[in-house]
Design a protein around this ligand. Structure first.
Ligand code: NAD
Ligand code: ZN
Length: 441
């Protein structure tokens, strides 16, 4: 298969030559249809030639860079809360069980912002942030057998080694080796960074560091996807959209006709709302402090809105009154511990299930009266919507390809890489959902 994709002359060329040779000996009455055939075959030939040319370009470039240090642009966070600075960085070749990826598109998730402004998180600088992205494998390190140069991939912030107890369990996506670790700044193979500037190491983030034209990622954190999928769209499945959608369909699991409350109407929350919509929820109640979110949320099937600021009692009481005792399911996508507690306390006793998704500050503590649990409410939490990145994400991409899942409406902004700081400004201002950053521009 690999042979065929990158071979020259392109697949089918020999057939076309044979066809043309045969045509020389054909009687005149066949000339017209043969001429038409020749035209369409010529188009086919050209099309294949173009596709192969593009792939060959990537492969040829990779062949000359494999095993070498690559110098490329990266947006480096030197200190907390300061605009990222565009730098020329050195990216070392991938080591054992690692792949080097040419990132084509990346987007900004709120988790990047927490570790950039480090309010409530451990500081680690200088660092290359970024974890929601799509790209093409440039080269692979020793021991990598299921990925090769030219594969289209999504790097994922939490991994799947396929061997540990969690990876072997149907219930968990928390790989022992590669589960999310926000404090690690180096590769697990040798405890070193693959990024440097004039020999000085720059820390990784979540093992992905996608705000760089090239990055090195553990093979267990890479989902290989359909090469026909548009990377400028499906890159958002690398974190936010899969997380929110999966939190509802894989964890909260609302039954048809049930009510669902979504706390936080950013991209993750609206993906959770999308999950509620496709599950056939009868009411989808959106809760957010930012009133601008409400108009946007209507496009995602949110039927009612609650702004906690508009009420002089706790939002869980407001929701209980609206729903005759509480919602059947709730999904929290804010990162605020107050919202987490409210999301739990607003579910109906007897059967209600609340799912926490937001990333809390490091000193947060969740507090509720134990009787809220005794009253048969369930509290759950999830990373990455319980999807196993390598096993499940290719199929989620196919859902988008088959038009069962909408992604385009989540992408409200795009900017060239040189203007990446604008994406931060938009997120801090609470404007838009996802801003896709076009690398190489
Ligand atoms: P976002 O900033 O786009 O959206 C968050 C929304 O929550 C905003 O609209 C904000 O106004 C609202 N909000 C904040 N505090 C609130 C409160 N007390 N009550 C109601 N609404 C409130 O962020 P996002 O990119 O959609 O991410 C949402 C959260 O999910 C973040 O905490 C992020 O770190 C987390 N996240 C978790 C995972 C995971 O695997 N668990 C993955 C991705 C993102
Ligand atoms: Zn994220």
């Amino acid at each position: 298969m690999e042979e065929r994709l990158f071979s020259y002359p392109p697949e089918g060329a020999a057939d076309i030559v044979r066809e043309e040779q045969a045509a020389v000996f054909n009687p005149p009455e066949l000339e017209m249809s043969l001429a038409m055939n020749r035209i369409s075959l010529a188009f086919l030939f050209l099309h294949r030639k173009q596709n192969n040319y593009q792939r060959r370009k990537i492969i040829t470039a990779s062949m000359s860079t494999a095993g070498q240090v690559i110098r490329c642009k990266a947006a480096v966070a030197w200190e907390s809360g300061k605009p990222l600075s565009m730098e020329q960085v050195e990216v070392a070749p991938p080591q054992k069980n690692e792949v080097r990826i040419k990132i084509l598109f990346t987007s900004l998730c709120h988790t990047d912002v927490y570790f950039w402004d480090v309010k409530g998180q451990n500081p680690l600088f200088p660092r290359i942030l970024g974890h929601e992205a799509g790209g093409i494998v440039e080269s692979v390190g020793e021991g990598v057998t299921d990925l090769k140069q030219g594969d289209h991939v999504l790097p994922i912030f939490t991994g799947e080694c396929k061997e540990c107890a969690h990876c072997l369990s149907e219930e968990s996506n928390l790989c022992n080796l590669l589960r999310i670790n926000t404090d690690r700044g180096e590769m697990i193979h040798d405890g070193k960074s693959r990024f440097s500037i004039n020999g000085k190491p720059i820390y990784h983030f979540l093992g992905t560091s996608t705000f760089s034209e090239y990055t090195v990622v553990h093979v267990g954190q890479v989902a290989k996807i359909n090469p026909k999928a548009p990377l400028d769209k499906v890159c958002v499945l690398s974190c936010g959209m899969s997380t929110g959608f999966g939190a509802t369909v894989n964890v909260a699991k609302p039954k048809k006709g049930q009510s669902v409350a979504i706390f936080g109407l950013g991209a993750v929350g609206l993906a959770a709302a999308e999950g509620a919509r496709v599950s056939g929820a009868s009411r989808i109640i959106g809760v957010d402090l930012n009133p601008n979110r409400f108009e946007l949320a209507k496009k995602f099937g949110v039927t009612e809105f609650v702004n906690p600021k508009d009420h002089n009692k706790p939002v869980q009481e407001v929701i209980a009154e609206m729903t005759g005792g509480g919602v059947d399911r709730s999904v929290e996508c804010t990162g605020s511990v107050q919202a987490m507690m409210a999301a739990f306390e607003c579910v109906h006793d007897g059967w209600g299930v609340a799912v926490l998704v937001g990333v809390p500050s490091k000193d947060d503590a969740f507090k509720t009266h134990p009787v809220n649990l005794l009253n048969e409410r369930t509290l759950k939490g999830t990373f990455f919507g319980n999807y196993k990145p390598r096993t499940d994400i290719p199929a989620v991409v196919e859902k988008y390809m088959n038009k069962e899942l909408e992604l385009d409406k989540f992408i409200t902004h795009t900017v060239p890489f040189s203007e990446i700081n604008k994406a931060f400004e938009l997120m801090v201002a609470g404007e838009g959902l996802r801003c896709v950053i076009r690398m190489g521009e």
